[in-house]
Design a protein around this ligand. Structure first.
Ligand code: CAA
Length: 245
């Protein structure tokens, strides 16, 4: 896979899954715009990429704020003359049993994990339509099928599935592919935050018997972003060691 000359935006790339995705795309030659609210983490991702011979820059952005997401996408395209790849990875969780979940927890998760995806996809689809080329990869989650303690997160990630499939239908004829990844249980700060007994429950559901690594997901995204995946559109791909079958 070769992404030389491609311009990619990865949201939530200061750490965890997003960091792994940004590093992989850069390793394959893309110029990566590391978008996050966490400046220190984003700068660290950038330095790591540059030290390894890649190209990257930081764009601080809260994707839940539509004006900020619009600026991220439009200023990137203006500066580089193109936007080839958009990876919507930014996500938060505010886990709680449904009967205890407050509206703040609901709104925060829906705002970042679903509205945030719409906020970048809307301006990106306009730019990609004009250039008649583009790759959008959205990060959904195995939780979209339902997960105890994640009514807000699951609803948002299910929303991402519908958004992805609709965009795939609308944008396909403009040579733009839109796909979603469902990571299973990946070893990141987010999953490390679950209670120990829940960690064991989750891992026990994985036929491969272990949590995934960010690079397991990043490899799949790199493929979807590459020319080799030019006829894959509207798919939902599980990367979870068989957690969802
Ligand atoms: N599967 C089955 N049972 C579960 C469960 C799960 N995934 N998670 C919790 N439970 C059970 C608990 O074992 C407990 O059962 P008992 O009453 O029989 O002991 C019951 O549900 C209530 O759980 P808690 O006692 O922990 O209740 P709480 O109110 O203190 O906490 C909670 C609830 C905040 C949801 C906590 O259980 C929790 O953090 N669960 C983890 C939720 C989770 O899976 N998050 C995924 C984070 S990673 C991520 O989001 C990335 C991704 O894409 C997957």
């Amino acid at each position: 896979m070769d992404l030389t000359g491609k311009v990619a935006v990865v949201t939530g790339a200061a750490r965890g899954l997003g960091k792994g995705i940004a590093e992989k795309l850069a390793e394959l030659g893309a110029h990566v715009v590391i978008s996050d609210m966490n400046e220190e983490g984003a700068e660290a991702t950038k330095e790591e990429i540059i030290t390894n011979g890649g190209r990257a820059e930081v764009f601080l952005c809260n994707v839940a704020v539509k004006e900020e997401a619009k600026r991220l996408v439009e200023e990137t395209a203006q500066k580089h003359g193109r936007l080839d790849i958009l990876v919507n990875n930014a996500g938060i969780n505010r886990d709680s049993m449904l009967h205890k979940m407050d509206h703040g927890q609901w709104d925060a998760v829906l705002g970042v994990n679903l509205t945030g995806v719409f906020n970048t996809m809307k301006p990106a689809s306009q730019i990609m339509r004009e250039q008649e080329h583009g790759r959008i990869v959205n990060i959904s989650s195995a939780s979209w099928l339902g997960n105890v303690g994640q009514a807000n997160y699951a609803a948002a990630k299910a929303g991402v599935v519908g958004l992805t499939k609709t965009a795939a239908r609308e944008l396909g004829k403009k040579n733009i592919t839109v796909n979603a990844i469902c990571p299973g249980f990946i070893d990141t700060d987010m999953t490390r935050g679950v209670p120990e007994k829940v960690w064991d429950i989750m891992v026990s559901k994985i036929p491969m018997g272990r949590a995934g690594k960010p690079e397991d997901v990043a490899n799949c995204i790199a493929f979807l972003a590459s020319d080799q995946a030019s006829y894959i559109n509207g798919e939902l791909i599980n990367v979870g060691g068989g957690m969802v079958l």
